[in-house]
Design a protein around this ligand. Sequence first.
Ligand code: TRP
Ligand code: SF4
Length: 406
Amino acid sequence: MSAVLAAETPRVLSGMRPTGSLHLGHYHGVLKNWIRLQNEYECYFFVADWHALTTGYEDTQGLEENVWNIVIDWLAAGVDPNFATIFIQSRVPQHAELHTLLSMITPLAWLERVPSYKDQQEQLKDKDLSTYGFLGYPLLQSADILVYRASYVPVGEDQVPHVELTREVARRFNHLYGRDPGYQQRAEEAIRKLGKKNAKLYVELREAYTERGDREALERAHALLERQKNISLGDKERLYGYLEGGGKIILPEPQPLLTPASKMPGLDGRKMSKSYNNAIYLRDDPKQVEEKLKTMPTDPARVRRSDPGDPDKCPVWEFHAVYSDDKTRAWVRQGCTTAGIGCLECKQPVINAVLAELAPIQARATEFARDPATVRALVADGTRKAREVADATLAEVRTAMGLGYA
Ligand code: TRP
Ligand code: SF4
């Protein structure tokens, strides 16, 4: 292969739960970002159907429909199967295999301290989330990421701890299984030469770093080795290497790619969300979109047309912030604060802009919805490709763990 092709494009992986139709919040907050990334990276985007089960295991009636619909919404928004690999999690069983293997080396406490564990249990009080699957879902997510050896994971703020867990699990895996035979023994002999007290300290600091990612411990261990006068250079180097795992990196640590928080507000000024009933869906009929915007609340103090208003207290202003240019925004400020324009008049440019944004998305959605065979075929293609990559990782993982037989 030519040298030009040798540099590998970093991989990006992200998933979404199939929990219902996507709205403008998803589009501005996630999908536009994916569409940007697919041009720069080797992207894998998957329908996280197993993740949907971790909270929605009781009612799986709508799952299948949601799976196909979310794929159609992605395609309609501009996720392009020529650039990105689109697939369904449950059709790539290697995710589950890696999850099982990683579960063997993951301390329970790591899962219990993931913030979403307690948060979600509090928030979803109507569901019984004291299940094994729910506790383990961040580790399933780690497997999702590590099985593709992804470099980057685009996520929102709330998911950063999951990527952090993934890094810790990868580090622990590499530490346990990434070493050459004999390496361990040589390192242990070198440790003994440090003398009882220093050896104990070295072991403690090393554990703090390799198992908990404690960077300060790593620095202290370096300082400890620096101070040693009575060990050979070879042993010293061995002990430096041993601190950081020192062996092969089988599962590289991914980095979060923090998606900037979407400014897309809902119709009532709160974050756009299905549960707030304040969303405009990508496939809402244009009439419905217009109706939703025309009836959305405005500055509550502006009761009559003749009352001046304050855009800063109006959800419509938030829409102008997303959709309008400076000139239109100046027109709104001026017209609103002097009662020079009415609220319906003020909403019109937003209505036009949202409809213009949705028109090509809806045209594509209609085409894909009419042609389920094409959608299925392209997901089957993506799934096949994903499975190949995932299986290559598993082959190495199995061997590293001593399961390389048969
Ligand atoms: N947990 C994510 C969510 O609930 C979805 C998800 C599953 C994911 N696996 C992932 C996101 C891997 C990024 C990478 O939204
Ligand atoms: Fe809101 Fe516009 Fe009405 Fe002012 S004129 S209250 S910004 S909708």
